[in-house]
Each structure stands twice: as structure tokens, then as C-alpha cells.
Design a protein around this ligand. Structure first.
Ligand SMILES: Cc1ncc(COP(=O)(O)O)c(C=O)c1O
Length: 494
């Protein structure tokens, strides 16, 4: 979590952090492990390099030998270092050859009618089989969530529920839950009034409501290319036209192309992900987030910020949203607990800025309220369940699974394959040699019991035909390794 920002004194933030999560304080060895992980991530400690011996680290950093040991065990379980008999610990050679990043598809914005729903539905319906290797899935493994602890919160919250709350907790939502969410924003350096928060049925409803508030049929909406397929379907349903702005796999959305588009076209809204973009994994650096907020201000265009993966970062600090740089109330920040805590509970929210009131009214007209028991359960869990501790474990698991999948890409897929290496989330984006048709690959892999998410479902113009998104949100097993080997064989045959 960040220190003081947005004019809030550090002390107040620390107090708020402890008040919100008294039992979640990070242990010394976890902090030390994070410091070493950062050195590895930034390349200061290179693959194959020896990490400082326990004695040396203990002396240099002023921590006990047992703290260093615990930190090294943790880094080992995160797939970052490995022990060699009688030689000490070394940074893992995740990849036996350097993996190249995918390229940006185009440099210019394209305006299009959207027509992807059929393709998306046909792909999604075929990957539901639980026996299929879920590389094409949009969800992480349910095993990674504290479902038993949540069930206790659900049962406690429902038993204690004041019967009047079934009315009182309707839109804008359960006050305790909104207070916990507001505290998390504050600890992250973005204090906002609780009145801005509207609880929704997952992030997707929040995104839909926002878009409906700021557009009319026929309007132009700037979206990313590639984009989360549901955003394309929403545009199609609302009869909106997409202005596709290219996204770089590491740097995120191309701000020059966006600026030109805002200058030349009557764009009514932007819908972007600034952290751990789905499907590319890209995040905007802070300076670019600030620049984006300036562009919104200059052109007075609202932005719907989809930030559902924000909690799944591998670095030391939560990334800030664009909303943290928005002084105009133009950014509607949407997120949920679906990817980080409670899949299936369907609890999300929007911090709606200047549009909060309109969003609240539209929510009432659309579905009245999010489920009252589910809201109460999550409010109870956030207060007593140890959310930050769970998040740390979840991040470690995802990071180690990413390392395992990257190593498998290097081992089994053709050498020309390019792959993203995101700093969070649970998706890799792969670019295969030109001739590989990912829709054909999807069919052939599915026949072998393996799902993938083919590139064209992420584009209004069915681009990215030689690309695919792979999910590493599931514990890595021999079956996953074999599935990667099979994918490699199929790709070589195309
Ligand atoms: C980028 C993105 N935004 C929004 C959602 C929807 O989130 P929720 O399940 O909370 O509605 C998803 C789910 O797959 C997603 O990947």
C-alpha cells in the first residue's frame, strides 16, 4: 500500500490501515522477501546469479538468519530462487532462452461497428467442461480463495442480520461494506467520499451502468485493442461504435493515438484498464496515468476504468488507478471481489466521481440492489477475515504459477513464439508465427481437452488471428505441463 498521497497525512493512513486490518500486518521475512523479489524483477539480480548467502544477507540487512531463511523459503515457493546443494540460493533460470514480447498490432485508431458476440459465446460455451485444462478460462482456480472462511462470514452475517437491512442495504449498498472499500482506497492513497461508492452485481454491471450513463446509441467509445471481450459485447448491445486504440504489451495504451483520436473524433467515453490489462497484462506507468487524466480533463471526456485485477500485483505496492490523478470527477473506477476473494458472490462496485448519483439511479432502475446477504458476508470478512494476508498468499501463488507457465512456454512452444510477462494478474498473451490460425488452434486443442482463448475474441475487427491468451491462475501440475507440450505439437503442425 502506498504512503501519504492526495493530501492525507501518513499517520492517518497508518491508523486507517490498522483499523481496517489489525491482524494483517506483514511479517519481517515477508517484507525482506519482497525486497529481494524486487531486485529480481528489476534485473539487479539476474537469472542464474547467486543471491547473498544467509550469513551475508543477515549482516548486510541487519535481520536475523532465521528471517533470511524464511524469506528464501518463501522466494523458493514463489518460483523466484532455487537452492543448489552446498552452493546456496540462485535466481531461477525461468526461461532457458530469452522470451520475446509480443508486438503492437497497429499504430492507428480504427473506428468500427462491433460484431463479436456470436464468436465469443461459441468459444466460451465450449470451455465450460470442468475436465478441460482451463488455459482459456477467465477465472483463477477456486482453490486459491478462502471459501471456508468466507462461508463462516456469510453464516455469521446472515444470523446477525437486522431484518431492516434488507431494505437499508439496497443501492447504494451495505454501509459497512462501502466503509471498508473506502478505507482500502484511502490506504492506497486515494481518499474518496463514501457517497461516491455504489455496490453492484460484480464489476461487469458497474461497467455497463457507467457506459449507459455517459453514452447514447450511435456514440463513439474509445476502447483498447485488444480488449476484454465483454466490453466489446457491451458496446454491441448498446449500439455504440468502437474506436480501437492500440495497446503495447508492456507500456499499455498508446496515448499519442488516443490524443489524436480525441482531437479528431467526437468520442463520448473511454473504457480502459490501466493495471494488468486483460488480455495483454500491460500496466500504465504512473506518469502515463497522470498524462491520461490530463487528456480526459482537456477534452472533458469521461473514462470508465476497469480495475478488477488491481489487487493481484507482484511488486511491493498496489498500483494506483488513473482515478488517483483525476481532479475533475471524470473517472468512474469499477472493480469487484470476483478475482481476488469471492468468485460467484457477484459483489462489485463503482466509485462514480461526478456521475455517482446517476449511476445509483440507473442501478435502482435496472436491478434494484446487489444481493444483501452477499454484501454483508463480504463486509464481515473484510473486517475480520484477514483479507490482506489472503491477498499476499494469492499473489505469491499466481507469481509462481506465472513462472511455471513461462518456463513451459520456453520448453514446449516454437522458438518464434512471443509472450508477455505481466507484473500481476493471471494471463499471458502469446503471439505465434504468422501462419498459426488461433481459432483453428482453439478447435484442435479443445479436441485434446485443452482450452485457450483465441486472439480474435478480443477484437472488434477480429484481429490477432495468430495470438491467444493463456490463464495461469490454476496450480501448476503435470497435466498443465503435458497440455503445454500438446499445444506446442499442434502449433508446429499448423
Ligand atoms: C477485465 C475484466 N473486467 C471485468 C470483469 C467482470 O468482473 P465481475 O466478475 O466482477 O463482473 C472481468 C471478468 O472476467 C474481466 O476480466
Amino acid at each position: 500500500m502506498d504512503g501519504a498521497a492526495g493530501g492525507v497525512p501518513t499517520q492517518r493512513l497508518e491508523w486507517a490501515a490498522q483499523a481496517a486490518h489489525p491482524q494483517d500486518k506483514m511479517k519481517r521475512y515477508e517484507k525482506f522477501a519482497d525486497e529481494i523479489a524486487e531486485l529480481i524483477r528489476t534485473g539487479v539480480l539476474a537469472p542464474g546469479q547467486k543471491v547473498p548467502s544467509v550469513r551475508h544477507a543477515s549482516r548486510t540487512y541487519g535481520v536475523s538468519a532465521s528471517t533470511v531463511f524464511q524469506a528464501y523459503y518463501l522466494l523458493e515457493s514463489r518460483g523466484l530462487i532455487m537452492a543448489r546443494a552446498r552452493s546456496g540460493y540462485f535466481v531461477c533460470q525461468h526461461v532457458q532462452r530469452p522470451l520475446r514480447e509480443p508486438e503492437v498490432a497497429s499504430r492507428e485508431a480504427a473506428t468500427t461497428e462491433v460484431d463479436v458476440s456470436e464468436l465469443v459465446f461459441s468459444v466460451l460455451s465450449s470451455i465450460k467442461d470442468p475436465d478441460t485444462v482451463p488455459f482459456g478460462s477467465a477465472f483463477p482456480s477456486p482453490e486459491l480463495f478462502p471459501l471456508q472462511r468466507l462461508a463462516r462470514s456469510m453464516s455469521h452475517a446472515v444470523r446477525e442480520m437486522d431484518p431492516r437491512s434488507t431494505v437499508a442495504d439496497m443501492t447504494p449498498g451495505n454501509h459497512g461494506l462501502r466503509r471498508q472499500i473506502a478505507l482500502r482506497y484511502m490506504v492506497g492513497g486515494l481518499p474518496l467520499p463514501i457517497e461516491e461508492l455504489v455496490i453492484t452485481n460484480g464489476a461487469l454491471e458497474a461497467l455497463n451502468l457507467c457506459l449507459q450513463v455517459v453514452t447514447r446509441p450511435g456514440d463513439l467509445v474509445a476502447i483498447e485493442s485488444p480488449a476484454f471481450y465483454a466490453s466489446l459485447q457491451v458496446l454491441e448491445r448498446l449500439k455504440l461504435k468502437a474506436v480501437e486504440i492500440p495497446v503495447h504489451p508492456r507500456e499499455g495504451i498508446d496515448l499519442e493515438v488516443l490524443e489524436r483520436s480525441l482531437e479528431q473524433l467526437p468520442i463520448k467515453a473511454c473504457w480502459f484498464m490501466s493495471n494488468f490489462h486483460n488480455p495483454l497484462g500491460a500496466s500504465l506507468a504512473e506518469a502515463r496515468k497522470r498524462r491520461l487524466a490530463e487528456l480526459l480533463k482537456q477534452y472533458q471526456v469521461p473514462m470508465i476504468e476497469d480495475d478488477v485485477y488491481a489487487e493481484l500485483y507482484f511488486g511491493q505496492q498496489a498500483p494506483k488507478p488513473v482515478k488517483a490523478f483525476d481532479s475533475e470527477g471524470l473517472v468512474m473506477h469499477c472493480s469487484s471481489f470476483s478475482k481476488s476473494l469471492a468468485p460467484g458472490y457477484r459483489v462489485g462496485w463503482v466509485a462514480g466521481g461526478r456521475y455517482a448519483g446517476e449511476i445509483e439511479r440507473l442501478k435502482l432502475m435496472t436491478s434494484i440492489s446487489a444481493s444483501v446477504p452477499a454484501q454483508a458476508a463480504i463486509a464481515d470478512y473484510l473486517q475480520h477475515g484477514g483479507y490482506d494476508r489472503h491477498l499476499r498468499r494469492l499473489r505469491y501463488a499466481l507469481e509462481s504459477q506465472q513462472n511455471a507457465m513461462l518456463a513451459a512456454v520456453a520448453r514446449h512452444l516454437p522458438e518464434q513464439t512471443r509472450v508477455s510477462r505481466p507484473d500481476g494478474g493471471y494471463f499471458l498473451w502469446l503471439e505465434f508465427p504468422e501462419q498459426v490460425d488461433s481459432l483453428r488452434l482453439f478447435q484442435l486443442a479443445l479436441a485434446q481437452g485443452i482450452s485457450i482463448a483465441p486472439g480474435p475474441i478480443f477484437s472488434a475487427t477480429r484481429s490477432f488471428s495468430n495470438c491467444a491468451r493463456l490463464n495461469y491462475g490454476h496450480p501448476w501440475t503435470t497435466r498443465s505441463e503435458q497440455a503445454m507440450e500438446t499445444l506446442g505439437r499442434i502449433i508446429r503442425s499448423l
